[in-house]
Design a protein around this ligand. Structure first.
Ligand SMILES: [Zn+2]
Ligand SMILES: [Zn+2]
Length: 275
């Protein structure tokens, strides 16, 4: 399994000299699985998805699975500009949770995002074939080609879902948009990510800034390290970083985290991790 980072920022994209090393696109991570037909699995549809879409189009990939953590705009805004949805030969299968009030991804795309005045083309006119698989967070799902996808409720305004993808003895956890707290299902979280080969974790803030932004639904890098240590995670990727942090600050954060947990890396746009 290979994990590829296409967008690593939280909240909104950023650009300019201060973020050239780490990257400025919002959440999008892909998992490339060897020896399977369902080999392109995408986590979240942030603006990082736009560059990924160009690559998939150029490679002629026509079967794509997209797994969505929640429906905040920074996790959806890449879809309209994702080249494969404008190709009638492409089939997209979306996995996403039911939100409260019965709102699901299909309804959100059709009635909110792909809808004038926000976007000129109604979702019904998207040429690609789209399938929507909706679940209750907590469910464990079997995907084709012996892939298991486990789901976990996260601590985030309006809810978000964390994922554990298992394939051929490897486990990848995608935990973003989550405010880690000992009071919010900590035991469940530790059990969920136990022994993961790689855990992507929402580390939007420094521990100092977290004091200001507590209740916003995001964690500090210190929480990511604590979870990794307690759950014997093999590798931790710091993710969904604040767009206010420049490259120098993020590289300092990476070093601080590595002092406590050496197998930490800062997710960098365009980089990959082999599991
Ligand atoms: Zn977010
Ligand atoms: Zn969010």
């Amino acid at each position: 399994m290979k994990i590829n980072f296409w967008g690593v920022r939280g909240s909104y994209p950023c650009w300019g000299d201060h973020c050239t090393q780490i990257g400025g696109q919002t959440s999008c991570v892909s998992a490339t699985l060897s020896n399977t037909q369902q080999s392109h699995i995408i986590f979240d549809m942030g603006t990082g998805m736009i560059a990924l879409g160009k690559q998939l189009r150029d490679q002629g990939i026509k079967q794509i699975t997209i797994i969505v953590s929640h429906f905040h705009l920074d996790h959806l805004m890449g879809l309209a500009f994702f080249k494969p949805i404008w190709d009638e030969d492409t089939t997209l299968t979306f996995y996403s949770p039911h939100l409260s009030k019965g709102l699901d991804l299909e309804t959100t795309l059709k009635t909110k995002l792909f809808c004038p005045p926000l976007f000129p083309v109604p979702f019904q006119e998207v040429p690609a074939t789209c399938h929507f698989k909706t679940f209750q967070t907590g469910d464990s799902l079997s995907l084709p080609n012996e892939i298991t996808l486990k789901t976990l409720d996260l601590n985030h305004p309006g809810c978000a879902t964390g994922y554990r993808l298992e394939h051929k003895g490897k486990a990848f956890c995608y935990i973003t948009d989550h405010e880690h707290s000992a009071d919010f299902n900590e035991a469940q979280m530790l059990d969920f990510v136990q022994n993961a080969d790689l855990m992507v974790f929402d580390t939007m803030f420094t521990p100092e800034d977290f004091q200001t932004y507590a209740t916003w639904g995001h964690s500090s890098w210190r929480s990511g390290v604590d979870v990794a240590l307690k759950a014997a995670v093999k590798k931790l990727a710091l993710f969904h970083m604040s767009p206010d942090y420049n490259d120098d600050k993020l590289l300092e954060i990476e070093q601080d985290a590595q002092r406590l947990f050496p197998n930490t890396l800062l997710a960098r746009e365009g980089s990959s991790v082999d599991l």
